[in-house]
Design a protein around this ligand. Structure first.
Ligand code: GAP
Length: 453
């Protein structure tokens, strides 16, 4: 059973160290969040599993980590500087700033219900910068997506890897948008993270690859993130943006309804074409080449057929924070045992759990028990699965509850019997069942439990 509301999830995330409001002690900044000790592990695990499946488990994708700050021209030629905006409506009575396409009723203020609204105007979403000793000249932007930086590195990567089409370039990293109205916890942020793949194909095979990537990405959400298929769906874009040939959103069923977590787009040759045009114009200005061949720059020549073309791009664009929210929401479970006892348990797939095991000494003041627990922690941590915690609060019940809430799959308890017969107990998070094992078998048990992750 997922969470009842994103407010409930947000307060759980704060209490258990997943997510905090950005600049919290100074009153916070809307749409900006920090990831706490548990959140940082979960988001890293999501990122790692995206990278595993998009890069490591294939042989046709390269990685890239481009800068967050980029040249203004990149965003002029990508079309963002002119076109990347949302319609802003300001209430003349209470001053509320609203995104027109998200208003409850476009004739009334969402807050005070006044009908005195200023006419909508285009509000630019990119955050401009003045980099260097330029005295305020707008010469760069914080990137609003990773994709454009992939396109402008296309030639670099093609040249240094000798890749042949089809192949892809993957990036994970931060993006920034000056959203008018951040909302729904981590859903609409001003600073967020994307995991985007740009897959370059021969224009004759674009729809074949589009369908392949659509299927692959949905399978990742169900099989790797562990989200049941009935909580996910595809929605086709009703109105295609001018450069797209096909576009679908993957949507997750949040507490307030289905909403977008990832896009799969056929962007045709728009991006490489625009940046090629830019390069040609620079050449003309620099009088390098008068008669420009617009396919000369970010194009590809097939070594087998000698055919030269601008590759089409199939893009898969996931919001990592939206994935994080969906994964947490789906895992959040309240159990009522009917005897007055309840628990919150985060039924995360073990591959995503922030803590892989908690080692709990039953008596915190018995040095031999604590020493044995510490030994176990050391031996498991070297297996490299992730964080192993020693939980030495002296209250086993509380430790179990705490680890249920952060989704730790296994709790390993060392008690007085352990000192006598060198056994330990392992408690399973979901069934709460416990088994007793010789401590000497624990490493194998643990390695086996995490082997397929
Ligand atoms: N390169 C294409 C691109 O950026 P997009 O649909 O604008 O496409 C892709 O963004 C994904 O990034 C979205 O599906 C969403 O998951 C995430 N995303 C976009 N804007 C966001 C925001 N303001 N806050 C959080 N995630 C966002």
């Amino acid at each position: 059973m997922p969470s009842k509301s994103l407010e409930e999830l947000a307060s759980f995330c704060k209490r258990r160290g997943f997510v905090f409001q950005g600049s919290d002690i100074y009153g916070g900044v809307k749409g900006i969040y920090d990831y706490g000790p548990m959140g940082v592990e979960l988001i890293k695990n999501i990122r790692r599993h995206w990278w595993n499946s998009v890069v490591y488990n294939r042989d046709d994708v390269e990685g890239l980590e481009a800068s967050l700050i980029s040249h203004r021209k990149a965003w002029q030629y990508s079309g963002h500087e002119d076109g990347f905006s949302d319609p802003l409506v300001v209430c003349m009575k209470c001053g509320l700033r609203m995104r027109q396409d998200k208003m409850v009723d476009t004739t009334k203020c969402d807050s005070c219900k006044a009908s005195e609204l200023a006419p909508p105007k285009d509000f630019k979403l990119m955050i401009g910068l003045s980099v260097g000793a330029t005295e305020g000249e707008l010469n760069a932007y914080l990137r609003p997506e990773t994709a454009t930086l992939t396109y402008i590195n296309f030639k670099n990567i093609l040249d240094c890897t000798s890749r042949k089409i089809p192949f892809g370039i993957a990036q994970t990293g931060k993006a920034f948008r000056n959203e008018i109205a951040p909302r729904n916890f981590l859903f609409r942020l001003r600073e967020f993270e994307q995991a985007e793949l740009q897959f370059f194909v021969n224009p004759k095979t674009d729809m074949e690859w589009f369908e392949k990537w659509k299927a692959d990405r949905m399978a990742w959400w169900t099989d790797i993130m562990g989200i049941p298929a009935e909580r996910l769906r595809f929605t086709e874009h009703e109105q295609l943006i001018f450069y797209a040939k096909a576009a679908f959103d993957i949507e997750y069923k949040f507490p307030y309804g289905f909403d977008e977590v990832e896009g799969v787009h056929n962007r045709q040759d728009y991006d490489l074409g625009s940046h090629t045009k830019a390069q040609d114009e620079f050449d003309i200005k620099a009088k390098v080449r008068k008669n420009t061949d617009s396919t000369a720059k970010l194009s590809y020549t097939d070594p087998a057929t000698n055919e030269t073309y601008i590759p089409f791009v199939i893009e898969t664009a996931m919001g990592t924070n939206r994935c994080f929210t969906a994964v947490l929401d789906n895992a959040y479970t309240e159990e009522d045992f009917g005897d007055g006892n309840t628990r919150i348990v985060l039924k995360l797939h073990p591959r995503l759990s922030p803590v892989k095991a908690a080692i709990i000494p039953l008596a915190k003041n018995v040095p031999e028990i604590v020493a044995m627990a510490e030994e176990i922690r050391k031996s498991l941590k070297f297996l490299g699965t992730g964080r192993i915690m020693l939980e030495n609060s002296g209250n086993v019940g509380k430790s179990y509850r705490r680890h249920d809430e952060i989704g730790t799959p296994l709790c390993i308890t060392v008690d007085h019997q352990s000192l006598e017969d060198k056994t330990i107990t392992i408690r399973d998070r979901d069934s709460m069942e416990q088994i007793r094992l010789p401590a000497s078998e624990l490493r194998d048990y643990f390695a086996n439990f995490y082997r397929t992750l």
